[in-house]
Design a protein around this ligand. Structure first.
Ligand code: ZN
Length: 189
């Protein structure tokens, strides 16, 4: 089922997600629906907050992007990025493991808004997978960017919080319009 993606201005985007202790049938259904929703929107990542659920759950799939490479290491050995796609991360913990890198980012909760964001270029990730099994890996490139962007969502952080001041100031009128439009829709509900 394709879910509605909440937009900037919706309070759930600022909520820290609750940890998931058990993979219930409801969580399995949510994961399947989040993948369907992300694919329908041509996104590379989607966090539970973006479908109105404040939980520590995100889905990622970078295979559709061919012009921005990703790297992956599992147990210190290079691995095929596709081998862990599509990726489900539950209760993820992300630790910087490399120099900062700057790259373009968008967000399904901010239609038409894009900006250059600086984040660690390589990160170590540990989480539970869709079955509740612990996983850990090191990643770089687009995958590292996606993991950090989505993990931020799970903590109530948004990419606008990571923009430099000048970029954010330039985008402020668009951000204000989007926030106002979202609040208007919410007030009607
Ligand atoms: Zn986002």
């Amino acid at each position: 089922m394709i879910l509605e993606i909440v937009k900037y201005g919706h309070p759930v985007l600022r909520k820290k997600g609750e940890r998931i202790e058990t993979i219930t049938p409801e969580i399995k259904k949510l994961i399947a629906d989040m993948f369907e929703t992300m694919e329908a929107s041509h996104g590379v990542g989607l966090a539970a907050q973006q479908v109105g659920v404040a939980k520590q759950l995100t889905v990622i799939d970078v295979r559709g992007v061919t012009d921005r490479p990703s790297t992956l290491e599992i147990n210190g050995k290079p691995a095929e990025v596709a081998s862990i796609m599509p990726l489900v991360l539950i209760n993820p913990v992300v630790t910087p493991a490399g120099e900062p890198a700057t790259g373009g980012e968008g967000c399904l909760s901010f239609p038409e808004i894009f900006a250059e964001i600086t984040r660690p270029g390589t990160v170590d990730v540990s989480a539970l997978d869709a079955k509740g099994k612990p996983i850990s890996f090191r990643c770089g490139g687009l995958l590292a960017r996606a993991v950090q962007h989505e993990t931020d969502h799970l903590n109530g952080l948004l990419f606008i919080d990571r923009m430099d001041k000048k970029t954010k100031a330039e985008l402020q009128p668009e951000l204000d319009d989007l926030q106002a439009a979202t609040k208007k829709v919410l007030a009607k509900k």
